[in-house]
Design a protein around this ligand. Structure first.
Ligand SMILES: [Zn+2]
Length: 408
């Protein structure tokens, strides 16, 4: 039902250059000018739909509201991010629609091909339409699929006043891919009890758990000395640092874990004999276990300091984001509404874990449930990205049905 509109919107949004720049995002927000172009277009399109409460603030957060048309129902929100990743070129996207997909490999250009054997999910789209890039850039399905799905659903809801609903908020935000996505957003602006991020991947996958994340900064202070007279005097900060990294359990690293297992990851190191700064990322679904990891690193710091006499080790930790499941356990209605909606539409929804974070995780800290819903893309952040038009259609239908569930 939504195929034509959601595809048109998607093709209109992906050609706008919105690649974000992580090196600027802590100072300039949005970090790149192109994001303003898409935000302004969306602002106009929302106003053209007849919405009156549409505000684009100075940091590039676009918040719009569809007023309630029935009383006593909770406000809910849907959100997506306007930026695209920079892992491969994210600007200059030339989308191509593969009509009536035949199940074979999809040649993007003379150099690159999406191989059917490496993409088993393609099989469920045989006979329907897909969108791919020309192989020179990513496609931008992350997260312009989400934007197209929300816009399509909202346009349907406002043109069907017989659908009863509480207040619906729409949030489009910049710079998600930089990790600074929610840093400048005033959460007090939100009225919603639940916020759905349309930022997942594979069709029918719902996520309401993400990692708890901490960053641990370890500073090693050595004692520099002329190397010819160093015996008994020099303390090499690099040696201390490498002893520290070597003590991290290899079985608890990103490359050795999946599912529910957490990890330590030595992420960045800078320095020389006299001092070294090391950053370690910690991830765990269980918050207590994350705290145990922090404690372990602090005591490891003391041990290294004791072993390398004269050297100093300082360990500082900070929490980056929390597992959003805490909010959804307190208020399970957000997730229940998704599954009820899936049932009503005959969509076989499945729950999966996010081994990462989402913008929703930051909002969930305020006690708002923030499940993440599939947007339909595959191979995100790569030139092999593709999205099924049917998946975007189904996601739009799911949004409309979730709105209905909340008004029951
Ligand atoms: Zn995304």
């Amino acid at each position: 039902m939504f195929k034509k509109e959601v595809l048109e919107r998607f093709l209109r949004y992906v050609v706008i250059d919105t690649m974000s720049d992580a090196s600027k995002a802590d100072k300039i927000h949005p970090s790149t000018k192109g994001q303003w172009d898409l935000l302004r277009l969306l602002e106009k399109e929302l106003k053209d739909l007849g919405l009156e409460d549409v505000t684009l603030d100075e940091y590039g957060y676009l918040l719009a509201r569809v007023p309630a048309n029935t009383e006593g129902k909770s406000a809910i929100a849907f959100s997506s991010h306007v930026d695209t990743a920079s892992d491969v070129m994210g600007n200059g996207v030339k989308p191509r629609v593969v009509k009536n997909y035949d199940g074979k490999d999809i040649k993007l250009n003379s150099k690159y091909t999406i191989f059917a054997a490496e993409n088993p999910e393609l099989a469920s789209y045989i006979g329907s339409d897909l969108v791919v890039s020309d192989g020179n850039t990513l496609l931008g399905s992350d997260d312009k699929s989400g934007i197209a799905e929300i816009m399509t659903a909202v346009s349907y809801i406002v043109s069907h006043p017989e659908i009863k609903h509480g207040e619906i908020e729409i949030l489009f935000s910049p710079d998600e891919e930089t990790g600074f996505g929610m840093d400048f957003f005033d959460m007090e602006r939100l009225h919603c009890r639940a916020l759905y991020t349309m930022d997942g991947g594979t069709r029918y996958v719902i996520e309401d758990e993400c990692f708890n994340a901490a960053s641990v900064k370890v500073h090693f202070e050595g004692v520099a000395y002329h190397l010819g007279a160093a015996r008994g005097r020099m303390v090499n900060a690099l040696t201390m640092c490498s002893a520290f990294i070597n003590a991290l359990p290899q079985a608890e690293s990103p490359e050795a874990t999946d599912g529910r297992y957490g990890y330590y990851c030595a992420h960045e190191v800078k320095g020389s004999v006299s001092s070294v700064d090391l950053e370690i990322l910690l991830r765990d679904f269980d918050y207590n276990s994350l705290e145990e990891r922090i404690k372990a690193l602090k005591s490891l710091g003391k041990t290294i300091e004791a072993l390398y006499r004269g050297g100093k080790v300082k360990v500082r930790s900070s929490i980056s984001y929390r597992n959003m499941v805490e909010a959804s356990r307190k208020d399970p209605k957000a997730l229940e509404a998704v599954y009820e909606a899936g049932k009503a539409l005959g969509q076989p929804l499945v729950n999966e874990l996010i081994r990462g974070g989402t913008d929703g995780a930051r909002i969930a800290e305020k006690g708002i449930s923030c499940p993440n819903i599939y947007a339909g893309g595959h191979n995100m952040h790569s030139r092999f990205e593709w999205v099924g038009v049917d998946a975007m259609n189904d996601a739009s239908a799911l949004i409309v049905e979730i709105v209905k569930q909340w008004a029951k």
